[in-house]
Design a protein around this ligand. Structure first.
Ligand code: SF4
Length: 428
């Protein structure tokens, strides 16, 4: 979400004549940070401190802190560091370009744009100049369909730093996608903290939006993140009916224990979760299913942890984004009874990851010999002449190929499987 917001700001500033330069030459540095994990927040503090010497010598660069991390640390950062001259919460993104210009024009001012009202939202008119958002990948793009979240899971900082749920107007979404299509984008990921609740504040729904987007000239559509309690058959039916909606779903379970799910304020139990998975798999073959799971939540017993392991073995996810619980100040879970020692949390994480690696590898090995259409989206991280792309179900495939394949859809036969990726060869 923060990357996408940063791309929007970059687009507007570039259109206004600002130039991106190497950091050593910069008069202004914009740091857009995440506050979901405590570690990311600590990183931001050390980043901000890095400019001290340069500021003392040259009174430069000016630093602006944005994103959800600014919402949490903004006040302190503004008073602690002279070089931090602007802080902006994510819902003030629309006021950012003018405010940045103001602080650069007047060295005496500091500006604070924190989201004090969680329902207020200042949209950024990113299509100033009728252009698509500048982004790192030419062929793939994210499009936000809703901001904020109303769910208040007890471990999560998001509703506190990104405010309440608000859907974007459909026309705005369609216009943004049109720009992206005309700019060469082949794959769109619809983005929101909980995409499944799209439209409930404007009398629409996510299944409707998904179908509308699938009628646009796009080869591939994905969406993240879904919330089990809001994920429904209408969405599955649209996914099944429209060929350009990828058979890929991230459905965070967070825990396999009903007791812990309750403590987390997740509004489903494990059986309801399993039912949603079965309902989806019945209609969508070759579904790539991933999940998010936290271990070591306050009060998690050995049995609760076993229930989570059992959920992995029952569902057999393609991939699990796992994390050891870490306290986020300001959330109810941070002060709950029964905090587990960090070593226990990490040990459980390690056990879970080992089990899941085995499951992922087994699933991937079953794909050897099959052929998939992939969108070639970049160079592989390692190795000469190696490119990478993703299958419709969102598996990374690495293969040898010429650069002119970038941005194309090609067929690749899977020749080898690892837990984190597949290897293949191009089929002419
Ligand atoms: S639904 Fe997601 S974003 Fe919203 S509070 Fe729960 S975990 Fe956080």
């Amino acid at each position: 979400m923060n990357v996408y917001d940063a791309d929007k700001v970059r687009t507007v500033l570039t259109f206004r004549g600002w130039q991106e330069v190497p950091e050593d030459d910069a008069e202004l540095v914009i740091i857009t940070g995440c506050s979901v994990r405590a570690k990311a927040e600590q990183k931001v503090w050390s980043e901000l401190g890095r400019y001290e010497n340069s500021w003392k010598k040259n009174q430069s660069p000016v630093v602006a802190l944005t994103g959800c991390v600014a919402q949490r640390l903004g006040k302190k950062a503004l008073s602690r560091f002279n070089w931090v001259r602007l802080v902006s919460g994510p819902r003030h993104i629309g006021l950012l370009p003018n405010s940045l210009e103001k602080i650069m024009a007047d060295p005496k001012i500091k500006i604070s744009l924190l989201d004090d009202d969680p329902r207020e939202f200042f949209n950024l008119d990113f299509d100033e100049g009728n252009t698509a958002i500048l982004r790192e990948n030419k062929y793939k793009a994210y499009v936000t369909i809703a901001h904020g979240c109303d769910n208040f899971c007890t471990y999560c900082i998001v509703p506190h730093v990104r405010g309440r749920f608000v859907s974007r107007q459909p026309d705005e979404i369609f216009n943004e996608i049109d720009f992206l299509i005309s700019d060469g984008v082949k794959e769109i990921t619809l983005l929101g903290q909980n995409v499944n609740s799209y439209g409930r504040d404007i009398n629409l729904n996510f299944a409707w939006l998904l179908k509308k987007v699938s009628e646009m000239n796009l080869k591939r559509i994905r969406f993240v993140t879904s919330l089990p309690q809001d994920f429904n058959i209408d969405i599955v039916d649209v996914m099944a009916a429209r060929e350009n909606i990828c058979p890929s779903l991230n459905l965070p379970i967070q825990s396999g224990s009903n007791r812990i799910l309750k403590l987390m304020n997740r509004k489903y139990n494990r059986d309801e979760y399993f039912e949603k998975v079965n309902m989806t798999r019945e209609k969508i073959h070759d579904l790539g299913l991933t999940t998010d799971l936290i271990v070591g939540f306050p009060g998690e017993t050995e049995q609760d942890f076993e229930d989570s392991l059992d959920a992995l073995k029952t569902v057999k996810f393609d991939l699990v984004h796992s994390a050891a619980y870490s306290e986020r100040e300001g959330t109810p879970a941070a002060t709950m009874q029964g905090a587990l020692p960090v070593e226990t949390r990490l040990k459980r994480l390690d056990t879970l990851n080992k089990i899941q690696d085995g499951i992922t590898l087994e699933i991937n090995k079953n794909l050897v010999g099959r052929t998939f259409e992939i969108l070639v989206d970049g160079d592989a991280p390692k190795g000469e002449n190696l490119l990478q792309g993703r299958t419709p179900s969102d598996k990374v495939v690495i293969f040898e190929g010429a650069k002119n394949l970038l941005g194309k859809f090609i067929n690749v036969k899977i020749t080898e499987a690892e837990a984190w990726c597949l290897h293949g060869e191009v089929i002419e």
